[in-house]
Ligand binder design. Structure first.
Ligand code: G1P
Length: 294
């Protein structure tokens, strides 16, 4: 019987330089996919997967993230006074329960490994999830769980550490962390190696680390000492590589769709894809897209 995954870390300190000028004064995580901030989509995925405590590793200029996950008294009172019950109920449904969020700051942009390490006191001694907010996922076909739900399912089978992966074209692997595969169980497989941002032509596979992890708490002691890696940053992948010497790592091929909203094409595609899932928007949007493509 595995421990329950109750807590999730959201590293949201990044500067969002790929989206300037949009992200000059608005955190990139607050840019909207349809009418929800990117980060809200990711928190939705975590809640659906049973996460109960949401830990945000923020930085300067990110205070609106804290406001977003709090009550907005004047707004809520005004909605009620104006009889906008539906809008009010929707806000309440999204609101995490009191005490279910924590915020800590990464004081300097030292890398993803360092950001996760900043959450060590808030996690304590239990396995936990990490969700990179650039990546938003959509369930597809027969499976209703999004990516983190599928990772937790694999964790319940294998225990240890779990990394969600996705196939990309071999020419794109140098932009990501990449895993090497061992024994294959179909949806999940044993991970036998990892490398962060492999030089072109050297990746061990075309399976990239796609932004959802289940990690055992032993990662924290490792991250404290891991040396700077790719890009001069403390890399989570380098920490996981060390942990893999003593603990198991399994990969999960996410059955569904992932959008990298940190890239412009990924962001635009996510907006179209999520809007096309909405009964109130899809019919008209299809007409507009057809007009634009003509
Ligand atoms: C990070 C991780 C990398 C992963 C990627 C997914 O890289 O270090 O392993 O493949 O996210 O988006 P970054 O995007 O911060 O360069």
């Amino acid at each position: 019987m595995q421990k329950r995954i109750r807590k999730a870390v959201f590293p949201v300190a990044g500067l969002g330089t790929r989206f300037l000028p949009a992200t000059k004064s608005v955190p990139k995580e607050m840019m909207t996919v349809v009418d929800r901030p990117v980060l809200q989509h990711v928190v939705d995925e975590a809640r659906e997967a049973g996460i109960e405590h949401f830990i945000f590793v923020t930085g300067r200029g990110k205070a609106v993230i804290e406001d977003h996950f709090d009550m907005a008294f004047e707004l809520e009172a005004t909605l009620k006074a104006r009889g906008k019950e539906k809008e009010y109920a929707a806000l309440m449904a999204d609101l995490p329960p009191a005490g279910a969020t924590s915020f800590t700051r990464q004081q300097a942009p030292l890398g993803l490994g360092h950001a996760v390490w900043c959450a060590r006191e808030l996690i304590g001694d239990e396995p936990f999830a990490v969700l990179l907010p650039d990546m938003i996922t959509m369930a597809s076909g027969a499976r209703k769980e999004r990516c983190l739900g599928q990772c937790i399912e694999a964790y319940n089978t294998h225990g240890g550490n779990i990394i969600a992966v996705e196939e990309v074209r071999m020419e794109e692997t140098h932009q990501y962390g990449v895993v090497a595969t061992g024994a294959d169980h179909g949806h999940s497989f044993e991970i036998t190696g990892m490398v962060e941002k492999p030089a072109k032509g050297t990746a061990p596979s075309n399976l990239i680390i796609s932004g959802r992890y289940i990690l055992e708490p032993e990662i924290f002691n490792i991250l404290e000492h891991v040396e700077k890696g790719a890009g001069g940053e403390i890399q989570l992948t380098d920490g996981m590589k060390i942990l893999a010497q003593t603990q198991s790592f399994h990969g999960v091929r996410f059955d569904g769709q992932t959008y990298d909203t940190g890239s412009k094409i990924g962001f635009l595609s996510a907006n179209i894809a999520f809007a096309l899932q909405r009964a109130d928007l899809a019919p008209q949007l299809k007409i507009e897209i057809a007009k634009l493509l003509k």
